[in-house]
Design a protein around this ligand. Structure first.
Ligand code: PMP
Length: 332
């Protein structure tokens, strides 16, 4: 039987970006895009916390070129936007979107590969390492009042594009089909392929948080199509202080993203940051330096595995790098 190390060493199908081989692109861009997706699978079963009979696997999304799961959908959305002539060389328009972090970094870093100028609307309280990284890649930043929350950034991005369609094209990661499709074809396709190489079938349970809902919708849809008994668990963060990158689904005033398919969710688990952080420390001590949403995913996977009576195969994602949270003090 194939081992997980052999599986990870093998070149696996990368279908996430949808960039045609004929697309004009500098060599460095082509090389970098080839590193989007194709992430390793790690087995976390030995770390414990699971009922007997459950194996827990996670895709190591920190291995994408900018260090997060958002490289997949952002590369796909950029490719589609250029293909459809909305942005890119000669269009005269900038790609505009709102983001509080990982997507912004991905747009800023990958936009130049496609010759796309990027403008991001970001709440002014985004961490220094995020804002500096976005600026380093040459993207334009528009900061909104932190007191008005993240929805204000979304609303401003939308109105800027409506008011000045000659200058801006609104990519709208919350409603863009290329977002969930990148996870349907890429993330889920790879997961199924990697598990099959280990002699395993589709996961019985998949756990994910929801930011735009792209991950949960894309992976959930694919897994349920392949295996009707597959269950999907959604990580729902407490309203305050919340978990960076995740939405408190169904909270008063919180708008569900347009692309998010809530009918895929079988189980909702409310998770507090204080529950996710010890799991991040535990993962760090095992060599995996990942952020709070990853800790929340593993916490939720373990909890649901107990509640559901030990499903044999549980899968989740490790979404972004722990470095991205140094200024929050979570590691001190
Ligand atoms: N984890 C982190 C750290 C994120 O930044 C995001 C995206 N905001 C997610 C999870 C959720 O991803 P999605 O947008 O696909 O729902």
């Amino acid at each position: 039987m194939t081992t997980i190390e052999e599986t990870n060493a093998r070149e696996i199908r990368r279908s996430a970006t949808g960039v045609p081989a004929s697309a004009p692109m500098p060599a460095v861009g082509r090389a970098l895009l080839a590193t989007v997706g194709g992430t390793p699978l790690v087995e976390l079963t030995e770390l414990g916390g699971l009922p007997a009979g459950t194996r827990l696997f996670a895709k190591l999304e920190t291995r994408n070129p900018t260090g997060s799961v958002k490289d997949r959908p952002v590369a796909s959305m950029l490719a589609a936007a250029v293909r459809d002539g909305h942005v890119g060389p000669g269009s005269g328009r900038r790609l505009l979107d709102s983001s509080s972090g990982n997507a912004g970094i991905a747009y800023a870093a990958l936009g130049p590969l496609f010759g796309v100028d990027v403008t991001l609307v970001v709440p002014g309280n985004a961490s220094r390492e995020r804002l500096e990284r976005i600026r380093a890649h040459g993207a334009e930043l528009i900061l909104t009042d932190p007191l008005e929350g993240y929805d204000a950034a979304r609303a401003l991005a939308c109105s800027l594009a409506t008011d000045d369609p000659e200058r801006y094209w609104y990519c709208n990661q919350y409603a863009n089909d290329a977002n969930w499709r990148a996870h349907h074809d890429g993330t889920a396709g790879e997961l199924l392929e990697q598990l099959a190489e280990l002699g395993l079938g589709a996961p019985d349970l998949f756990v994910s948080g929801v930011g735009t809902g792209g991950t949960l919708t894309g992976v959930g849809r694919r897994l349920k199509a392949e295996s009707p008994n597959a269950r999907v668990g959604a990580v729902v963060p407490d309203l305050f202080p919340g978990i960076e990158g995740l939405k408190p689904l169904g909270a008063p005033g919180d708008r569900a993203p347009e692309l998010f398919d809530a009918s895929l969710v079988d189980h909702r688990v409310d998770v507090r940051l204080e529950e996710a952080l010890p799991v991040c420390s535990e993962l760090a001590r095992s060599g995996l330096f990942v952020g709070p949403s990853s800790g929340a995913n593993v916490y939720t996977a373990r909890r649901l595995a107990h509640e559901l009576g030990a499903p044999p195969i549980v899968a989740t994602l490790l979404c972004d790098l722990g470095e991205r949270y140094l200024s929050t003090g979570m590691w001190s």
